[in-house]
Design a protein around this ligand. Structure first.
Ligand code: SF4
Ligand code: MG
Length: 489
């Protein structure tokens, strides 16, 4: 999973070779975008800026580390240095998250394809399932060299070959590659002639938005990052390419390169996207609240026991737990309390950490608030369970602290199969629900008495069946995927 953002400011005068008075360079805004996008990736961060009116090879800056660590509050001097050194009215930024293999500066994005004094660069969110096959082909045919196993490096090489080896028009090259690639790619790019590009695969697995005002335009993975700056934020439709030049507000072109086959990632709704970003005009927070209500309805309909206390698994389970409490309030005298404490300044998102660190991170990040627990039946609400590392720590810990019973409601279906479209979930054997019935999952979590997952039908009742990817819940992949998950670097 990754986050991307791209920006362009208008009306830069080539003759003056400088920014018009009152116009800003994009660098400071891009660094701020990266900080705001960190829910989508904290392991590597990178950006590239340039001038839309100068032909130059773009030179990315990228490093292992979260945006906060690299240029956040405690690294302001570093941010200042970067802002002074990297100037331009056009730029893209990327935050990266990997769970397997090694992270390296080379694998960090953006990636570029350079030819003479020109280049094309992209930063992408998503995965190409048949990556290995495509990479082998392009190496054989064109002798392309790779510094990493990152999907974006493959995509930019495919685009670069079309532009620089075959002489194709730069925008046609993006469209051509977009129309032939199977996989998840919501990407931002900078063309050799200085245009900002956004491209979203025909399935639209990953979110992507664009907006413009009198100063410039922006393309971004999270609508929340754009909301304070732009009055109107639009979705980049699946299968379309948006091209924005520096000529002003009118100079935006949107073209369809493939028919849409909507398969938006359900995990973006359950868990991943920022709560204040939107899906079809409704905030993810609101959707998670409604999913929580629906889960409570299913809990009661299946005759499960009534808890004394309902608590959210922090932080992402918060809206779902509020919805669940609302759903249960009508039926029982149950109260909502904080029971599980999570350190905001702790060791970071356990989901994004390497397997070897994860247990330590969970222990260091989580604690139990004792007062509401003793002698009570506690129901924990979480937005999703992938490996169940947190549940395996929290449930027995609640019993140790005197809980009478521990229940768990998950406002998503069981996550049973690996994702090949950018969530980078691990091999099947590490998924708690893979090959297990709900009864067997219950057995696998010590200290847990009752478990309920929201059904897929229940989710669709809330969300409307508008074309979602359900592969990790059903095993039905919307395109061919390899037998084994390739190593991710
Ligand atoms: Fe999202 Fe699951 Fe589909 Fe991956 S497999 S895109 S996580 S719904
Ligand atoms: Mg969680």
């Amino acid at each position: 999973m990754c986050g991307v953002s791209g920006r362009i400011y208008y009306r830069c005068k080539p003759s003056k070779r400088r920014m018009p008075i009152g116009k800003r360079h994009v660098t400071a805004s891009l660094l701020s975008d990266a900080i705001q996008l960190q829910n989508r990736g904290q392991q590597a961060t990178g950006f590239v800026v340039g001038f839309s009116y100068l032909e130059q090879p773009y030179v990315p800056w990228k490093k292992i580390g979260s945006a906060s660590a690299l240029f956040g509050k405690d690294s302001e001097a570093k941010a200042d240095t970067l802002i002074k050194r990297y100037k331009g009215n056009l730029g893209i930024v990327h935050v990266r998250y990997t769970t397997a293999g090694e992270s390296s500066n080379e694998a960090a994005q953006p990636h570029g394809f350079k030819h003479g004094g020109r280049s094309v660069v992209i930063a992408s969110n998503g995965d190409i399932p048949l990556y290995t096959k495509l990479r082998r082909r392009i190496v054989r045919q064109y002798g392309c060299r790779f510094a990493s196993k990152c999907d974006a490096e493959l995509i930019v090489n495919l685009i670069g070959v079309e532009i620089f080896e075959k002489g194709m028009d730069e925008i046609a090259a993006f469209a051509q590659v977009g129309s032939t690639l199977e996989g998840a790619f919501s990407l931002v790019g900078m063309t050799p002639s200085g245009k900002l590009v956004g491209m979203r695969d025909p399935w639209g697995f990953r979110p992507m938005f664009w907006a413009r005002n009198e100063d410039g335009a922006m393309i971004c993975s999270e609508s929340s990052v754009m909301a304070s700056e732009f009055d109107e934020v639009h979705e980049v439709e699946p299968g379309t390419l948006i091209v924005i030049s520096d000529n002003g507000e009118e100079d935006v072109s949107i073209q369809r390169f493939a028919p849409a086959q909507p398969s938006f990632c359900l995990m973006e709704i359950y868990y991943f996207s920022q709560p204040n970003s939107k899906y079809k005009g409704v905030s993810f927070d609101e959707l998670r609240y409604r999913l929580g209500e629906e889960t409570a309805r299913e809990w009661f309909a299946s005759g499960k026991p009534i808890p004394d206390i309902v608590a959210a698994m922090p932080f992402s389970g918060g809206p779902a737990a509020q919805g669940f409490i609302e759903g249960i309030r009508k039926e029982a005298n149950t109260r909502g309390r904080n029971v599980v404490y999570k350190n905001r300044h702790g060791l970071g998102r356990a989901f994004m950490s390497k397997l070897s660190d994860r247990a330590d991170r969970i222990r260091a990040n989580l604690d139990i608030i004792p007062e509401p627990v003793h002698g009570k039946a506690i129901l924990l609400v979480d937005d999703s369970i992938v490996r169940a590392d947190q549940a395996r720590w929290v449930c027995p810990e609640l019993r140790n602290r005197g809980a009478r019973a521990v229940y768990y409601a998950v406002t998503a279906p069981p996550y049973r199969f690996p994702c090949f479209f950018g969530l980078n979930t691990p091999e099947s054997k590490l998924l708690i629900a893979h090959g297990r019935t709900e009864a067997e999952i219950l057995e696998a979590v010590p200290g847990l008495d009752v478990l309920h997952y929201l059904s897929l039908e229940g989710s669709m009742r809330v969300l409307g069946d508008q074309g979602f990817c359900t592969a990790c819940f059903t095993g039905k992949y919307p395109m061919p995927v390899p037998n084994n998950k390739r190593e991710i670097v």
